[in-house]
Design a protein. Sequence first.
Length: 331
Amino acid sequence: MTVGAAQTGAGGVQALPERSSVGLVAVIVAATKGEPRALTIRVPDQAPGRGDGLPAGPLVPEHATLERGLRAWVERQTHQRLGYVEQLYTFGDRDRSGGDEAPEAHALSVAYLALVREERPAGLAEAAWHNWYRYLPYEDFRNGRPPQLDAIEGRLASWAAEPADCAIRTRRLDRLGLTFGMNGGTWNEERVLERYELLFEAGLIPEARGNAGPAVPNDPTGVPMAFDHRRVLATAIGRLRGKIKYRPVVFELMPPAFTLLQLQRTVEALSGTQLHKQNFRRLVAQQGLVEETEALTRGTAERPARLVRFRREVLLERPAPGLRLPSRRVG
């Protein structure tokens, strides 16, 4: 593993090293008012793949571990201190771009998923929280079938019909059923990365064309991100959607006390699904995930609701205390 030495630029701000073969990137997720949010930074206009990006930086010698290096870059760029962090995936594609460094730099990038309660970023870079469906709008079924899917599926159907070879056309149609639930298939909310990669392969997203220009207004595939960061985000969303089914990670995003409706809205936001209120509450009760507090909501026009909190004892009671979600057909 080859890493370059860090350099100090004007104002004492540490600049990126000239070469580094290992990069660190963070998908930092919060849930605010029932919306899933990702913390982004603005990539400079002079850099290839400019636009919204994820907090990232190279591994340098003073970083004792990968995770410590990640935490250092995130805090430097956004002033956000991380709590829950897990390694997400290692990206090592030959055509990865390292940002404003040489194309061969950052040939390997280690991504992490972090769950936080949203705070106002005030880092050195231009940092902002954005709804993650800004980048992947076709993943949001909370208000029914996303209208973007009509345009996307039409383009995918044309792509599948292109090859003269019948076997290739059949394989493409099978993949459309597996990923997008087309042709009678079932939509699996966890296949976020597979859907993104299929759109990339079909050439339907700007990143597949080099991500060199501005976003297309009202693009049904969403707003592009710098470098391969939208692929990293898709990986994180799929991982989190799967994990909430068998681990109580959703509570890392909740305040110490909350209502059952707030919990439902958060689960819906992460999964992109609409849940039946009574069925959800029955499921939470059966799983023993929360316990009531003595407090009630205050200062709202609605009827006061009982606040609950996460029962940490559930971690010792069962090996997989999570929330199961229904499957869905999209055709």
